[in-house]
Design a protein around this ligand. Sequence first.
Ligand SMILES: Nc1nc2c(ncn2[C@@H]2O[C@H](COP(=O)(O)OP(=O)(O)OP(=O)(O)O)[C@@H](O)[C@H]2O)c(=O)[nH]1
Ligand SMILES: [Mg+2]
Length: 481
Amino acid sequence: MKKILKDWTPERLSRQVGQIGSQLDDWWHLSLDRTVRLAVTGLNQSGKTVFTTTLIHHLLHALQGSNLPALKVADEERLLGTRIMPQPDLDIPTFSYERYIRALLAHKPTWPVPTESLSEIRLAIRFRPAGMLSRKLSTSATLYLDIIDYPGEWLLDLPMLKHSFDSWSAFTLKLCEEEPRRTLAARWLDHLTHHLNPSDPANDEVVRQVAELYTDFLLACKKPQVGLTFLQPGRFTIPGDLKGAPLLTFCPLPPPGADGVKAGSIREAMVKRFESYQKLVAEGFLKRHFSRFDRQIVLLDLLGALNRGPTAFADMHTSLEAILENFKRGPSSLLTRLFSPRIDRLLFAATKADYVAANQHQNMERLLRRLVARSANDAAFLGVEIQSQAMAALRCTRTVQRDHNGRRLSFVQGTPKGRERETLLFPGEIPDALPEADEWGAHRFHFMEFEPRRPPDAEGPTPPHIRLDQALEFLLGDKLQ
Ligand SMILES: Nc1nc2c(ncn2[C@@H]2O[C@H](COP(=O)(O)OP(=O)(O)OP(=O)(O)O)[C@@H](O)[C@H]2O)c(=O)[nH]1
Ligand SMILES: [Mg+2]
């Protein structure tokens, strides 16, 4: 005992106390560390890759002249730094942040090409907690932020999970009774009616041929001039690593006759492939990537949908509601359990708000709210906090006021897609409600797309945006307190 007491010199004691203190500090530190998985949800070309790239870029450069005033942790100077960290899943390619940002900020900037496969990134955001207690006990905490990027087309696989092969076939064939699907599906439908007997013995070549005609139909629907989005299965248009796999060779069939499904028939082969697709592709995507999210941002290219006219607009609306159906089904449904067991904040963002002048943003937000009203209501009923806003992750235009025929009008100045020089344009107005059938008219909407604008070096390392900081504050602000 004497020996032990002798060993406790004042220096040693103070060192021990110091160690305990720093362990306590570490413990608090750890208890303050947290992970947020952010689901960036959006149909193809809605702006997911640009949003993810700019979000990372702004956080990485927030200390070198932040332009994120609405993000409290940055505005209150509590942000200590952000780093890209090793991601949790070693078998998924890393999101190519460097490549995308280099292209967006190049001397001749370019947009990302459409995403064709899944990738993932993890950020560590180090910050000083705001609360009194935590400030006393811990100097810093870390928020880990996980994001995945994927082709928007794949989202449409999720609503396939509620179907059997027969109900999915009936649903899809019904859609094809309406234009423009009816005309675009003509070759495939003709083949189904006149050249295919689903009760015939399965033959790979025959199955492949009809599946190819169906895929051609989906690709025709997707062309920008048609612009349909409710296209299932998603992997048929963007196969990713499944290119050429037999799993992608099936298509909807008319209901079976009285003799049902014959063993070894074409129908049986297609039913099996459909079910395998559901299990391996749709359910795999859902379970692995959408089951563990805490926060969700739904990106909508509202202006592009208005440009494409009433049919494509309605199709986009249908797609959106189908994807967000998990909120409608309530806590006990399979989709809800798998998809959003923990989502407590949901942000709807109408992207590319820089296509129009600032005075249109209010209407843009009103229209957005009307469009997502049903899904937002279902989610709010489940206790999810909701926000809707207009946003541009990368602002490529400026709003300029000019007098025109005695009226003060708001124009936008930017470089229209495919051109080299900046132009002043009158972008037109956004309706504040869903347009009625007779309000569309021919080419009623024609919002111009723009080339990315490289900001002058004097503007700092982060490019301008519209309300990206508000989006970040809503999605992450409470976790950075
Ligand atoms: N002006 C402007 N255009 C944008 C912005 N964000 C996206 N865009 C435009 O939208 C296009 C699609 O953006 P992406 O981020 O590639 O869209 P995505 O959702 O990743 O698309 P997929 O990979 O096909 O699913 C870009 O090529 C740009 O033309 C923005 O903030 N401002
Ligand atoms: Mg993309």
